[in-house]
Design a protein around this ligand. Structure first.
Ligand code: PEP
Ligand code: MG
Length: 905
C-alpha cells in the first residue's frame, strides 16, 4: 500500500519525485543533524491522486493524524493548544522549484483561544495578535479565495485611523480589533466563520496547496520551464519558528557562492525582526551577511558552519533560507541553487579544483543553453552613456528597451514586436507574464534573492534590482531620478552584470566567450577586461575542451557559403553536414534558372545549364577549400522550382493590366509565357509536390549539372593539392528506385569527369531520410546510399502532417496550452514518433550496410535535448547552424557523460 506521509527523518535528497525538492532537502538536512524545525511531508503521489479523483485518499488523513501526533510528541506541544500552542506552516514544494508560484499558509493552529497561549509563550501580545491576523489574511486569500485587497484595505484603514505610518506602529489592541474585522470579512465573503478548529485549518490548507498546483500562473510557469503538468506538488507541514520575535530574531536567504558571478564566499540578505516572506517579497531593504555577523555573531557562526556543511555534502552551490528565533538558528530550506550562466561555468571548474567533483561532473553541471547565453553581446564600455543609477546586478545580459510599468502593457507591446523593460518597485508572481514578455526587468526595491531576481535568473532574462535611487510610480507611469522624469515608452538600457541603468540606447560589443571561440584562449585572455572575465573564459575553455575529448558525436555545420563554412570551422565544426544549394541560384543567377524552366527546346535548356555550370563549380571550389580535409555534404537542389519564378498573383495582374492598356511588344509576350509557366507549375501543396529528388528525375539535366559541378570542383581542388571530401546528398527520396535513378546518373558523370580530368574521385552518394517511407524502407535505401542524413524538419512535417511553415504560429500556443504538445516538435525532436522512425532507420540501415555513416541535419541537430537523443540512438554526427556549433559540442559531451552530475534545474 502507498505511504502518503513521511516524517523529515524518513526521507532523503534523492526522493524529489515523491517528496518534492523542498521536502527531500528538508529531510536530508534533518539526516545531517542540522537544526531543522520538525515536520512531515505529504507526497506528490497524494497530490496526483487528489488531482485525478478530486478527493484526498482517506489514508492521507489517517497518516496526517499519526504524523501530527509524532510531531507533537517530539516538540512537546499540541497543535492549537490553548496554553502553549504548536503552530505549523503548510508549504508547497514540487520536484522542480517554482518560486512564488504556489501557496503557503503560515501560523496554522491559531484561534481565539490559542492566540492567548501564544501571547503568554512569546510574552508578547502584539506579536500574538499580529500572527493571528496574518493567518486569517493568508488563509482567507489562499484557502477561502477571498479577494486579498479586502484585508489590505481594512489594514490600511486601521493604520489611517490610528495615524500609523507602518504596520509595526499598530499596537496589540489595534491588531486584536483588526482580527475581529478580518473575521467579519471572512463571514461576509464566505457565509461561514473563520474555522477555529486547528485540524480543520490544517486539512483545508493542505488541499489549498494541492489546488495551487493548477493555478493559471503555475501552469504558465511550467509551460515556460517545460515542467510536466502531471507531476503534482508535495506539501510540507513544518513547526513554525518566528523571525519576528524582536531584535534577536530575524530571517534571511543566503548562497554558498555568488549566484551571479560564481565567486566563492557568503552571499545573502538578512532582515531582522521579520518573517521569511518579507525577504523574498523584497518589500524592505535587507542587511548583508556581514552586517548580520556584527548583529548576531553566534547565529552567524552557526549559519556559516551549516553553509559549509551543505556545500560539501551537496558538492554544489546551495541556496538556503533560515530564521533566527531569539538567538537560535533554524534552517528552513536548502536546494542546489539557481545560477547565472557565467556562474555555472565558474563554479563547476572551481569545484573541480577543490576536488569535490570530476571534470565529467563539471560538464554535466553546465548546459548548452547557458553557453549560448554567454555568447550574447554586452554593452560597449567605451561608448558614451548616461548613467541614471546603479542597482544590484541580479541576472546578467545587456537589455535595451522601452519602459513599461505593468505586465499587461509589457505583453501587449512585446506582441507588437517592441523590446520592453518592465519597471516595478518590486515584482510578485502576478507579474510573471510581463517578465516573460520583457527583455529586461528593473526594480527599485529588493535584493538579489527577491522575487524579481530569482525568477529573472531562472528565465535568463536580464535583471537589475534594488535601484533605490529610482522613485518608481507605477500608477503615474513614471520614474523619477533626481529631477529627471522618465515616462512610459522612453528607452533605457540595463546591465544585469553590473547593475548599471542607462538613459537611452547603448551600443553592444561581442562577448568574451565569442572572442575565445573565434580567436582562441590566449587572445581572449589577453583582451579580457578583468579577472572575472579571464576566469570565465578559462572555465569555458576547460569544460568545452573536456566535452570535445569525451564526446562520441561529431559536430558538423549547415553552411551554404564559403563565409559560413569558414565561421563554422573556426567554431569547431568538423565538416559540413548540409550545404543547401538552392541559395546559389538566387540573385543575378535567378534569370538562368528562369531560362532553364521556360526552355522549350533542348538547345535552350542546355545553354542555360552550361551558363550555370562554371558558377556552380566556383561555389563548390570555394567551399571545399574552406573545408579542406573535412567531409562536405552537398545537397542537390530541393525546393519546388516555382520558388524561382515570380508570384502567380503578381504575374496575373501584370499581364491583365497590360492587356487592358492594349500594350504589346517583346516584354509583354515574355510576361505571358512566364505567366503560363507559373500557372503550369503552380501546386496546391508545394511542400508535397515536385521538389527534391522528384525534380532531379523530372527536369532533365538539373541534377546532372550540380553533380558535374561538384565533381569538377573536387578535381580542381585535387589538382591544387587540396584534400576535398565532397559528398553528394539526394533530398526527399521515398523510394529506393529514386535513389537508383540518380545514383546511376551520378556514377556516369563522376566516371566521365575522373577520366577527363585524370584524377581519381571518391565522392560518396547518400540520401536524406526525411520522409516516413524512407525511414521505414531504410534497409533497401541503405543498399544504394552510402550515408544517411536525417532531415528532421521534413520528417517532422510529414510524420505529424504539420505544415512546418504555418502551424507554429497558427495553433501551437493552443496545443501547448491544452497539453497536446509540451514543446514544438520542430524545436525538440519528438522521441516517440519521429524519433522512432529515426531509430528504425538507424537499425535497419546499419544492418544492411554496417559502415554506413549516419547524421542529422534538421534544426534538431542544434537542439540540446535532441542531441542527447541522437547520441543515444547512435548517430555519427549532428549538423547545425554555425552559431550553435559550440553548444552542440558541449551537449554532445554532456550526452556522453550523462547520469553523473546532479540535477541543477
Ligand atoms: C530537413 O528537412 O530537415 C532539412 C534539413 O532540409 P530542409 O530544411 O532544407 O527541407
Ligand atoms: Mg528537407
Amino acid at each position: 500500500m502507498a505511504k502518503y506521509v513521511y516524517d523529515f527523518s524518513e526521507g532523503n535528497k534523492d526522493q524529489k519525485d515523491l517528496l518534492g525538492g523542498k521536502g527531500a532537502n528538508l529531510a536530508e538536512m534533518t539526516r545531517l543533524g542540522l537544526p531543522v524545525p520538525p515536520g512531515f511531508i505529504i507526497t506528490t503521489e497524494a497530490c496526483r491522486e487528489y488531482m485525478t479523483s478530486g478527493a484526498l485518499p482517506a489514508e492521507v488523513r489517517v497518516e496526517v493524524t499519526m504524523a501530527l501526533r509524532r510531531l507533537e510528541d517530539a516538540v512537546g506541544r499540541s497543535l492549537g493548544d490553548f496554553h502553549d500552542p504548536l503552530l505549523v506552516s503548510v508549504r508547497s514544494g514540487a520536484k522542480f522549484s517554482m518560486p512564488g508560484m504556489m501557496d503557503t499558509v503560515l501560523n496554522i493552529g491559531l484561534n481565539d483561544a490559542s492566540v492567548q497561549g501564544l501571547a503568554k509563550f512569546s510574552d508578547d501580545e502584539r506579536f500574538a495578535w499580529d500572527s493571528y491576523r496574518r493567518l486569517i489574511q493568508m488563509f482567507g486569500k489562499t484557502v477561502l479565495d477571498i479577494d486579498g485587497d479586502k484585508f489590505a484595505h481594512a489594514l490600511d484603514a486601521m493604520k489611517h485611523v490610528r495615524g500609523a505610518a507602518a504596520d509595526t506602529d499598530l499596537n496589540a489592541k489595534d491588531l486584536e480589533e483588526l482580527v475581529e474585522q478580518f473575521k467579519t470579512i471572512v463571514r461576509d465573503e464566505t457565509g461561514r466563520e473563520f474555522p477555529q478548529h486547528p485540524r480543520e485549518q490544517l486539512d483545508l490548507a493542505i488541499t489549498a496547496v494541492f489546488n495551487s498546483w493548477n493555478t493559471d500562473r503555475a501552469r504558465l510557469y511550467r509551460r515556460r520551464e517545460r515542467i510536466p503538468n502531471d507531476l503534482g506538488t508535495a506539501v510540507n507541514v513544518v513547526t513554525m519558528v518566528f523571525g519576528n520575535l524582536g531584535s534577536d530574531s530575524g530571517t534571511g536567504v543566503c548562497f554558498t557562492r555568488d549566484p551571479s558571478t560564481g565567486m566563492t564566499g557568503d552571499y545573502g540578505d538578512y532582515l531582522p525582526n521579520a518573517q521569511g516572506e518579507d525577504v523574498v517579497a523584497g518589500i524592505r531593504n535587507t542587511l548583508s551577511l556581514a552586517d548580520f555577523e556584527k548583529l548576531d555573531p553566534t547565529s552567524f557562526a552557526d549559519l556559516r558552519q551549516a553553509m559549509r556543511r551543505l556545500e560539501t555534502h551537496y558538492r554544489d552551490l546551495c541556496d538556503i533560507e533560515f530564521t533566527v528565533e531569539r538567538g537560535k538558528l533554524w534552517m528552513l530550506q536548502t536546494r542546489v541553487g539557481k545560477r547565472t550562466a557565467a556562474a555555472a561555468f565558474r563554479i563547476a571548474t572551481q569545484l573541480v579544483d577543490e576536488h569535490l567533483i570530476t571534470l565529467d561532473e563539471a560538464l554535466e553541471r553546465v548546459t548548452g543553453a547557458q553557453l549560448s547565453k554567454l555568447m550574447f553581446p554586452q554593452f560597449d564600455s567605451e561608448a558614451k552613456r548616461t548613467l541614471l543609477a546603479t542597482g544590484m546586478a541580479a541576472s546578467p545580459g545587456a537589455a535595451v528597451g522601452q519602459v513599461v510599468f505593468d505586465s499587461v502593457t509589457a505583453q501587449a507591446w512585446a506582441a507588437e514586436g517592441k523590446a520592453v523593460i518592465l519597471v516595478r518597485r518590486e515584482t510578485n508572481p502576478d507579474d510573471l507574464g510581463g517578465m516573460i514578455a520583457a527583455v529586461g526587468v528593473l526594480t527599485s526595491r529588493g535584493g538579489k534573492t527577491s522575487h524579481a531576481a530569482v525568477v529573472a535568473r531562472g528565465m535568463g532574462t536580464t535583471c537589475v534590482v534594488g535601484a533605490e535611487k529610482l522613485d518608481v510610480n507605477v500608477k503615474a507611469k513614471e520614474i523619477k531620478v533626481g529631477k529627471r522624469v522618465i515616462g512610459e515608452g522612453e528607452v533605457i538600457a540595463i546591465d544585469g552584470s553590473t547593475g548599471d541603468i542607462f538613459l537611452g540606447d547603448v551600443p553592444v560589443v561581442p562577448s568574451p566567450v565569442v572572442e575565445y571561440l573565434e580567436e582562441g584562449l590566449e587572445v581572449a585572455l589577453a583582451h579580457a577586461a578583468d579577472e572575472d572575465t579571464r576566469d570565465l573564459v578559462e572555465a569555458v575553455d576547460r569544460i568545452l575542451t573536456h566535452a570535445d575529448g569525451v564526446r562520441r558525436l561529431r559536430v558538423h555545420a549547415n553552411a551554404d557559403t564559403a563565409e559560413d563554412a569558414h565561421r563554422a570551422r573556426i567554431w569547431g565544426a568538423q565538416g559540413i553536414g548540409l550545404c543547401r544549394t538552392e541559395h546559389m541560384f538566387l540573385g543575378e543567377r535567378r534569370v538562368l534558372i528562369e531560362r532553364l524552366i521556360l526552355a522549350n527546346e533542348d538547345a535552350e535548356r542546355e545553354a542555360a545549364l552550361a551558363a550555370l555550370l562554371p558558377l556552380q563549380r566556383a561555389d563548390f571550389i570555394d567551399i571545399l577549400e574552406q573545408m579542406d580535409g573535412l567531409p562536405t555534404t552537398i545537397r542537390l537542389i530541393d525546393p519546388p522550382l516555382h520558388e524561382f519564378l515570380p508570384d502567380l498573383t503578381e504575374m496575373s495582374v501584370k499581364v491583365a493590366l497590360a492587356a487592358e492598356r492594349g500594350e504589346t511588344g517583346a516584354d509583354v509576350e515574355r510576361d505571358k509565357v512566364m505567366l503560363a509557366a507559373v500557372q503550369r507549375m503552380h501546386e496546391a501543396n508545394p511542400m508535397l509536390g515536385l521538389r527534391g529528388v522528384r525534380l532531379g528525375i523530372v527536369v532533365p539535366g538539373l541534377f546532372a549539372l550540380q553533380i558535374r559541378a561538384v565533381a569538377e570542383a573536387a578535381a580542381q581542388r585535387l589538382r591544387d593539392g587540396g584534400k576535398p571530401h565532397a559528398e553528394i546528398m539526394i533530398p526527399l527520396a521515398a523510394s529506393v528506385m529514386e535513389l537508383h535513378l540518380i545514383r546511376d546518373e551520378a556514377e556516369e558523370i563522376l566516371a566521365e569527369v575522373s577520366a577527363a580530368e585524370g584524377v581519381e574521385l571518391h565522392i560518396p552518394i547518400g540520401a536524406m531520410i526525411e520522409l516516413p517511407r524512407a525511414a521505414l524502407t531504410a534497409d533497401r535505401m541503405a543498399g544504394v546510399a552510402e550515408f544517411f542524413s536525417f532531415g528532421t524538419n521534413d520528417l517532422t512535417q510529414t510524420t505529424w502532417g504539420f505544415s512546418r511553415d504555418d502551424v507554429e504560429s497558427a495553433f501551437f500556443p493552443e496545443y501547448t496550452e491544452r497539453g497536446v504538445i509540451s514543446v514544438s516538435p520542430f524545436e525538440t525532436v519528438d522521441r516517440s514518433g519521429v524519433g522512432r522512425l529515426v531509430r528504425i532507420a538507424v537499425e535497419e540501415g546499419r544492418a544492411a550496410r554496417p559502415d554506413i555513416v549516419l547524421g542529422v541535419c534538421g534544426e534538431h541537430g542544434g537542439d540540446p535535448e535532441s542531441i542527447h537523443f541522437f547520441h543515444e540512438v547512435g548517430l555519427d554526427y549532428v549538423s547545425c547552424s554555425p552559431f550553435r556549433v559550440p553548444v552542440a559540442r558541449l551537449e554532445a559531451g554532456r550526452a556522453s557523460v550523462s547520469g553523473l552530475g546532479s540535477d541543477t534545474r
